[in-house]
Design a protein around this ligand. Structure first.
Ligand code: MN
Length: 202
């Protein structure tokens, strides 16, 4: 089931200990392109689509969830989502987990780490990406947009479960955890003016 919310999550909504999150924006530059939609799922097959209004800078229930140390925020390429929400609401999501990083640490045989690729290969699920580049700033969400946006958070729990096994198998659990621990700060560096610079390079 897909629920649509305006401006903030409803009071008392409990999405559990691990919350899959994705965002849709007007583009790929966090400082330029406004956040339009935050999608969330507790991994139970339900998706919550939170519409963010033009100029909106506060969403207290969402912000509380992002900062909650007892709730793991699960992303695919969280670097962008974390940056865009930090820019808008002033809250850095933490702790976090990222299926794209897990993929890079375990699927070293491939250079394809997109969500569509992972869902197909690891879960046997075909994800449509047709609405990826649609106008998320429009007044109303089309049914196709809502279905697409929801599908981006509905499979992250299953992917994580699969990646946990692979990280274990390849002896990279601790390395992955170190990456996840640093990820919010990596997003903060993006916003602070070091977007394309590897601060660890010579
Ligand atoms: Mn998405």
């Amino acid at each position: 089931m897909i629920s649509i919310h305006e401006r903030d999550l409803p009071d008392g909504l409990d999405l559990g200990a691990i919350v899959a999150i994705d965002t849709e924006t007007m583009g790929l530059v966090p400082q330029r392109d406004r956040l339009c939609l935050v999608q969330l799922s507790g991994g139970d097959g339900n998706a919550h689509l939170l519409r963010i209004a033009q100029g909106q800078t506060e969403a207290p229930n969402l912000a509380r969830l992002l900062a909650d140390p007892d709730r793991l925020k699960l992303f695919h390429y969280g670097r962008f989502d974390i940056a865009v929400m930090a820019h808008r609401f002033g809250v850095l999501a933490r702790p976090v987990w990222c299926t794209k990083i897990a993929s890079k640490l375990t699927r070293t045989f491939s250079d394809r780490h997109g969500l569509k690729q992972l869902c197909q290969e690891m879960l046997g699920i075909d994800l449509s990406k047709h609405q990826q580049m649609s106008d998320w700033g429009a007044e109303t969400l089309t049914e196709a947009q809502a279905a697409y946006a929801a599908s981006d958070v509905l499979h992250l729990h299953a992917l994580r479960a699969e990646f946990l096994k692979r990280l274990e198998r390849e002896g990279r659990v601790a390395l992955a955890q170190a990456c996840f621990d640093f990820l919010p700060d990596r997003a903060a560096l993006d916003l602070a003016g070091w977007p394309d610079i590897d601060i660890f390079s010579h």
